[in-house]
Design a protein around this ligand. Structure first.
Ligand code: PMT
Length: 222
C-alpha cells in the first residue's frame, strides 16, 4: 500500500450511528461505535487525501490528519451535512449506520407512563443519503457499506445497484464482527468485480479498503 494514492483528492466520510429523538430524554439509535468510519478517515488522510468526517454521536477522538469534522445527531442532520460537503468531494464513503426511520412527532415534554397501556410510536422514513447523492448529475465516487445478518452478498449487490453506487463494502454483523467490535471482515463489490478482505482490526481493514477505493476511483475517473 503506497503513500499518497489519494493525494489531491477530497474524501468525505460518514461514521457512527444516528439518534432519532422521541422526547427530551429518549431516542432511537443503533450500535454503531464509529470505529470503522473513523479508521477509514484515518487511512484516507494517511493516503494523502483532504478528509472531511461527518460523525454521528460517538465518543471517539478525531484521527490525526483530518481537515474537518462535523458532528451531527439525527439522520436528517447527517443528510444535510453530507449533501453540503459533497459538493467539494471526489469520493464519499458512507460508513455511518443511518437510522432508516424517525418518530413522526417528537414530544417537547417527557412522555409519561400509563400503567398497563401499550404505547405506539409512529415512524416516518428518513431520506437516503447515498440515494440522494447518486441522483445528482455530478456526484462523488460513491462507496456504501452494507451491514447484514444474513444473505450478505445478495443484499449488498442489490444495494450497489439500486442506490447507484460505485462500490459497496459488505460486512456480516455478529460473532465479534461489525458493530462496536474491534475487528471486521469486508467483501467489496463493484459492477464487474469483488474482493474479500478477511477478518482484521478495523484500522488494517480500512487501509485495504482505501487502497481498493483509490484503485477503482482511478479506473473509473481517468
Ligand atoms: O461503527 P462501528 O461500530 O465500527 O461498526 C461499523 C459498521 C458495521 C456500522 C459499518 O461497517 C457499516 O456496515 N455501516 C453501514 C451500516 C448500515 O446501516 O448499513 P445499511 O445497510 O443500513 O445502509 C447501507 C448504506 O446506505 C450505508 O452506506 C449507509 O450509510 C447508507 N444509508 C443508509 C440509510 C440512509 N438513510 N442513508 C444512507 O446513506
Amino acid at each position: 500500500f503506497g503513500n499518497g494514492v489519494l493525494a489531491g483528492l477530497n474524501v468525505l466520510i460518514s461514521a457512527g450511528p444516528t439518534y432519532e429523538d422521541i422526547d427530551p430524554v429518549r431516542f432511537i439509535g443503533n450500535r454503531s461505535s464509529g470505529r470503522m468510519g473513523f479508521a477509514a478517515a484515518a487511512a484516507a488522510a494517511a493516503a494523502g487525501a483532504t478528509v472531511t468526517l461527518v460523525a454521528g454521536p460517538v465518543s471517539l477522538a478525531t484521527p490525526s490528519g483530518i481537515t474537518r469534522r462535523i458532528d451531527v445527531r439525527s439522520a436528517a442532520q447527517m443528510h444535510a451535512a453530507v449533501l453540503e460537503a459533497a459538493a467539494q468531494a471526489d469520493i464519499y464513503i458512507g460508513a455511518a449506520a443511518v437510522g432508516d426511520y424517525r418518530p413522526q412527532d417528537v414530544s417537547a415534554t417527557k412522555l409519561k407512563k400509563h400503567d398497563g397501556a401499550s404505547l405506539t410510536l409512529r415512524l416516518s422514513e428518513n431520506p437516503d443519503i447515498l440515494a440522494s447523492l447518486s441522483a445528482q448529475i455530478a456526484h462523488p465516487f460513491l462507496v456504501g457499506f452494507a451491514a447484514e445478518t444474513h444473505d450478505v452478498a445478495s443484499y449488498a449487490q442489490g444495494k450497489l445497484q439500486h442506490k447507484g453506487l460505485d462500490m459497496i463494502a459488505a460486512n456480516q454483523v455478529g460473532s465479534g464482527l461489525g458493530f462496536e467490535a474491534a475487528d471486521n471482515a469486508l467483501t467489496l463489490y463493484w459492477a464487474d468485480g469483488a474482493v474479500e478482505l478477511p477478518r482484521a482490526a478495523k484500522p488494517e481493514l480500512a487501509r485495504q479498503l482505501i487502497a481498493h477505493v483509490a484503485e477503482r476511483y482511478r479506473a473509473t475517473r481517468r
